[in-house]
Design a protein around this ligand. Structure first.
Ligand code: ADP
Ligand code: ZN
Ligand code: ZN
Length: 806
């Protein structure tokens, strides 16, 4: 028989480096191709892995047989497999985990624990059946398990604290646990061949809960949706949709209408700067070659219109386009622009989407039905065929960096992907990252500039308010300077809107004891707890630990507690006091529970239902609200104190972006920045809106200290719930790199900035290298060292090109 396809090398999501070879049963030969997923036995478990290679080389040792093929078509094509390999090597991450993270359908295979009774457990259960004792939770769990093996999730729904009961039963030898990978069928989508789309809000009409939920979901996800798929995301969607259709609030149409019903909106006429930039991009796309650009345009300069034109160009030559946007920026307003221009050729991929919906969009992309993909970070792995263009909007945004393994940077992966695909790539920003701008200075990326706002609208006027002088004048520790108060009052009088930026959630930043000076800390992390007044809790912003607001100092029992610092909650309260009649909305992670809520606050603000919007950095990003003529920054200093080499860069970007929200309509805008560091260059340059000056200054500092872009940087973190262990292991790594190999500079090991986080102790090494290769070799040496000593894989966290050192 055909032996050349009897074996498959599989990459499994385990922290081991090698691929594993499995024998293919007769029925699977010829069907298994690279990039398909296979279910295989691994130890006592079943795991899903990606096929890397199919071959006929019988391995020396015995192999096990693969169980099931999950995909008839490869989930990852050759390009994406190669991209995955690049990521694994560049970011020093296990290939199996990288590949799993690349496939959006991975959610269909769920890992879980199944509990079942042992023989002893069965005996015990039988005894209880005849007993007359009142049932406690242990007995109830036992009885439920007597019927069949069950998951903890299922049991928890039936019995409160079922997991405690399970633990105690396990200890007594009554139950056994089994790891399984339950499969969920992606094609469960019912036969409902209907598409549903948002038409209007209910206005005065009171809707039942299910209808309300569906309607706001649809409003948030523009375009039409398959109804069966919707049922996964919204309860009772099918029923609700029919009711809403009768009320004319949604439209219901059969699947696959003859033609797209979206009208195509006429594009803006480009201004000369836009035209110049676009011409270059246009030519690059037509050349069908890898050509990278930095599109640096001030806030409000019309970058989006250029993206839209570029995408049109790609489509016109029969290629597809991928647009990446930061996590928070993918609002319906943004998605809407693309729907209007490209109708049903658009697919939206967002991590907030439900599995089923994501899977559907993903299929549309792979089949080529959707030639335009708008996505957040992980969308860089969308199975776009025949890629001609990738745009990375707000390329400096930190949400492009994944903060778990694999810790890739979406922007950098986009450039690599474009290169492999022979596509044009456009990185857009008003405040490019130092690295990107540096790359353009060195000729790696071509620089395109939009130095002016659309229609020659003036840049907002920025004024710094020195809060030290304010204090000397007024002898009061006020949150708002007199000048800011006057400016807000003026806006209220004229019916214009104000945005206030404050980079701190909660009411006050921490609680300290006046008697012993102790600060109230999280039990799991070495950080202070934040006072949240509305829900009367002290909250850890790192691990979500919460406790009651103390009345006494836990250390010395003193009653003299002081609430220090200003959070967005306090700002909101003070605003109400200052401006009693103003309509005020607050937007931060406490008021915004989901994407839906975020957008509803924003769209109400846009509609003019609020006078003032106060919020954390989420309000600074990309929003285009014409009636905002004042942006106030309550304290520009919050981020500057961070012990992180990017602190200045982040502060500059945040202030510049925030300032960019002012005066985007016909009315000019002003920006007031309150600070106690008015001479700091990040703040001065942001006030002058002078990117160039900031760039030069910051570059000097980076060069001096050998930080990126003048070195390849990696952070190596060692963590463990026992402090001695974390310390010992980090010391071992430190010794391995002492003396530092040529071309490397090692900082640490030392306690991490947050020495204890989520109940783990953390020690950190920073490695600066003169070359990528040196860095990579060294990191791999550390990984081998850890693997040889059988460290738990979670112990060692390697972050290549970290965006934050915290
Ligand atoms: P940026 O992303 O550069 O901050 P936007 O792309 O949001 O700016 O554009 C700002 C505003 O200008 C948007 O409302 C957009 O519709 C409008 N706009 C863009 N290009 C033009 C043009 N050529 N003529 C008129 N208006 C334009
Ligand atoms: Zn005390
Ligand atoms: Zn904590």
């Amino acid at each position: 028989m055909n032996e050349s396809c009897a074996y498959a090398d599989i990459s499994l999501p385990v922290p081991l480096e090698q691929a594993f070879t499995y024998r293919l049963p007769e029925t699977l030969r010829h069907r298994v191709r690279p990039g398909c997923r296979l279910l295989v036995p691994f130890g006592p478990r079943k795991l899903t892995g990606f096929v890397l290679r199919v071959h006929g080389d019988a391995p020396a040792t015995g192999t096990r047989e693969a169980l099931r093929l999950l995909d008839e078509e490869p989930v990852l094509d050759a390009h994406l497999l190669a991209l995955g390999q690049w990521i694994a090597s560049y970011y020093c991450a296990p290939l199996g985990e990288v590949l799993r993270g690349m496939a959006p359908l991975a959610g269909e295979v769920r890992r879980g624990k199944i509990y079942s009774l042992t023989d002893a457990g069965r005996d015990a259960a039988r005894q209880f059946v005849t007993s007359t004792e009142p049932e406690d939770k242990v007995v109830r769990v036992l009885k439920l398990l007597e019927t069949r093996p069950l998951t903890a999730t299922w049991l928890t729904k039936k019995v409160e604290k079922a997991t405690d009961a399970l633990r105690s039963l396990e200890k007594r030898g009554f139950v056994q646990v089994e790891d399984v990978e339950a499969e969920r069928d992606p094609l469960r989508a019912s036969a409902a061949r209907l598409r549903v789309e948002f038409i209007a809000r209910p206005g005065e009409l009171k809707l039942p809960k299910a209808e309300r939920e569906l309607l706001s979901y649809l409003e948030l996800h523009p375009g039409d949706h398959n109804l069966a798929a919707l049922e996964e995301a919204v309860k009772h969607a099918s029923q609700a949709a029919r009711a809403l259709a009768r009320k004319n609030l949604v439209s219901l149409r059969p699947e696959n209408p003859a033609s797209g019903s979206e009208q195509i909106r006429a594009p803006h006429l480009l201004n000369p700067h836009q035209q110049q930039a676009f011409d270059r991009i246009h030519a690059a796309i037509q050349a069908r070659e890898f050509r990278p650009f930095l599109l640096q345009g001030v806030t409000g300069s019309g970058k989006t219109e250029i993206y839209l034109r570029a995408i049109e160009t790609a489509l016109a030559i029969g290629r597809s386009a991928l647009l990446l946007v930061p996590e928070i920026a993918l609002t319906p307003a943004v998605a809407g622009q693309f729907f209007h221009r490209f109708g049903d050729r658009v697919a939206i991929l967002h991590s907030a989407f439900h599995d089923a919906e994501r899977a559907e969009q993903w299929r549309r992309v792979r089949s080529g039905d959707a030639g335009v993909v708008v996505a957040t970070r992980s969308g860089v792995f969308a199975p776009v065929q025949n890629l001609g263009l990738i745009v990375v909007d707000e390329e400096h945004d930190n949400s492009y960096k994944q903060q778990e393994t694999p810790r890739y940077h979406g922007r950098d992966v986009a450039v690599v992907r474009a290169q492999a695909a022979g596509a044009c790539v456009v990185l857009g920003s008003a405040t490019p990252s130092l690295e990107t701008r540096y790359n353009s200075e060195r000729g790696k990326y071509a620089l395109l500039e939009l130095p002016e706002r659309i229609e020659k609208r003036p840049m907002p006027e920025v004024e710094l308010i020195d809060m030290r002088a304010e204090f000397l004048d007024t002898r009061k520790q006020a949150t708002f300077s007199r000048h800011l108060v006057d400016a807000i009052n003026e806006r209220l009088k004229n019916g214009e809107q104000t945005m206030l930026l404050l980079n701190r959630r909660g009411f006050s930043s921490f609680v300290t004891c006046r008697s012993c000076g102790e600060r109230l800390q999280c039990v799991n992390c070495s950080v202070t707890l934040t006072y949240h007044r509305r829900d009367r809790r002290m909250l850890c912003h790192y691990c979500e630990y919460a406790e009651k607001v103390p009345t006494h100092c836990p250390h010395c029992q003193s009653e003299h507690l002081q609430f220090v610092g200003t959070g967005s909650e306090r700002v909101e309260e003070e605003l109400h006091r200052h401006f009693a009649t103003a309509r005020i909305a607050r937007m931060d992670r406490d008021t915004v529970s989901g994407k839906r809520h975020f957008e509803s606050i924003l769209s109400e603000f846009r509609a003019g239902n609020f006078d003032i919007l106060v919020g954390t950095q989420m309000i600074a990003k990309g929003h285009d609200i014409p009636n905002v003529t004042l942006v106030g920054v309550v304290s520009a200093d919050v981020g500057l104190g961070m012990p992180d080499f990017r602190a200045a860069e982040r502060t500059f970007q945040l202030l510049t972006q925030a300032a960019g929200r002012a005066g985007r309509g016909d009315l000019p805008g002003i920006v007031l920045i309150q600070t106690i560091n008015p001479e700091h260059y990040a703040i001065r340059c942001a006030a002058a809106q002078d990117y160039r000056m900031f760039y030069e200054k910051e570059l000097q500092f980076r060069r001096l200290l050998r930080y990126p872009p003048f070195s390849a940087l990696a952070s190596v973190l060692v963590r463990d719930d026992k402090q001695e262990e974390a310390l010992r292991r980090s010391t071992e790594l430190g010794r391995l790199l002492d003396p530092a190999p040529e071309g490397l500079k090692i900082l640490g090991p030392a306690e991490a900035q947050v020495p204890r986080l989520k109940a783990e102790y953390r020690y950190q090494l920073l490695i600066k290298a003169t070359s990528r290769k040196r860095l990579n070799d060294t990191l791999n040496e550390l990984r081998r060292f850890a693997a040889d000593r059988k460290w738990n894989p979670a112990t060692l966290v390697i972050d290549v090109d970290p965006v934050t050192l915290l």
